[in-house]
Design a protein around this ligand. Sequence first.
Ligand code: CAA
Length: 257
Amino acid sequence: MQYTRLERNGNVAIVTIDRPDALNALNDAVLDDLATALDALEQKDRCLIITGAGSKSFIAGADIAVMKDQNKLEAVAFGKKGSDLFRRIETLPMPVIAAVNGYALGGGFELAMACDIRIASENAVFALPEVTLGIIPGFGGTQRIAKVVGASMAKEMLFSGRRMKADEAKSCGLVNAVYEPETLMEEAGKLASRIAANAPIAVRAAKTAVNLRTDADLDADLEVAMQLYGSCYETADQKNAMTAFVEKRKPEPFEDR
Ligand code: CAA
């Protein structure tokens, strides 16, 4: 695994997304490595922590340089790959904690929402900036955000693409706690160890029970969301915005075509 590390501390597993030169952005290889790390989890792993390498970014989203040239079919295939992987994380038998250590943008925010519990460092920043790139979230974020922060805040974040800092994320229930960057992983470890010390059958049953309601119709809705995601590709606005990001400049005004 080039882009993902799997470590263990007793019966707590820790997966680190490790692509620091692109702020841990998700391309096919990173998604494949994350899947490989999940394959390596065992029943003895009673809790999983997911975090990002470095001090600046959890995950800065899906890889815009890759998405820029995708056609609709390729976009849907890439979106489905990430969406299926995040659904797998959501339905892992053990609880999953996202330790959000910086930027959690686009696909990074979507991954954090697929986790059971989110804690963050003081420098964490959350946003769904996809509409500024001519698309919508492709890894299931449209279906999860309202369940996490309520419909009104969800729509504000989705429609505006604005950034939310850690203190606001805490106040709207997006994260459970905020810590100094230096102590985030220690605190994540303490919470994970506490969970891992409890009766595993009971913890798994609790996770399944809570997810019964949130999972109702989710798979069907994710399919529809994926088609909507694909419909944003091969548009002038998507090409304009993603090309501008890669060329490190502002996009031209959007043209609605
Ligand atoms: N995709 C590809 N490369 C990315 C990236 C991304 N999402 N985010 C950062 N990078 C790369 C940059 O291109 C840059 O690479 P180079 O050094 O080779 O030029 C490197 O990471 C460092 O980034 P910056 O120089 O931009 O660092 P910064 O501190 O000035 O800004 C940032 C940090 C605010 C996170 C900025 O990088 C940024 O806005 N990134 C894009 C965030 C974004 O829009 N994410 C959503 C993607 S869409 C998505 O995720 C869709 C989906 O659901 C499938």
